[in-house]
Design a protein around this ligand. Structure first.
Ligand code: AMP
Length: 117
């Protein structure tokens, strides 16, 4: 697990080198609004430290991934998503992952259809 990948856009967002619409930040995790929202609430939650994807979660970095899930619950509450929400993480090309830095999509504010999941 490397500290920062130089050509990674989410590493740059985490470092504050590229602006983002932040909704939560601490020393390990950042949550910011997706630039191309797919739901009324569409927030990305990322570990600041670079992990390529959920396929790269190990015993060592699992606490950081778990921290992201903890923040998702807090952010969903703060966003008023009391009726529920959806969490998605895409992995690799077949999974539709376009940014190779672990991120969880938090989607809500609308009743999700039953497609895919
Ligand atoms: P994925 O396709 O699962 O890798 O998701 C990547 C997500 O990052 C997409 O939903 C994009 O809209 C979003 N995204 C890409 N660049 C930015 C950015 N600079 N700020 C906010 N969201 C972004």
């Amino acid at each position: 697990m490397s500290e920062k990948v130089s050509d990674c856009i989410f590493c740059k967002i985490a470092a504050g080198e590229i602006p983002s619409d932040k909704v939560y930040e601490d020393e390990r995790v950042l949550a910011f609004r997706d630039i191309n929202p797919q739901a009324p609430t569409h927030i990305l939650v990322i570990p600041k430290e670079h992990i390529d994807s959920a396929a790269d979660i190990t015993a060592e970095n699992a606490p950081l991934a778990a921290r992201c899930l903890e923040i998702i619950a807090d952010v969903a509450k703060a966003e008023g998503l009391s009726g529920g929400f959806r969490v998605i993480t895409n992995v690799g090309e077949d999974g539709g992952q376009s940014v190779r830095h672990l991120h969880f999509h938090l989607l809500g504010g609308v009743k999700m259809n039953e497609g895919l999941l």
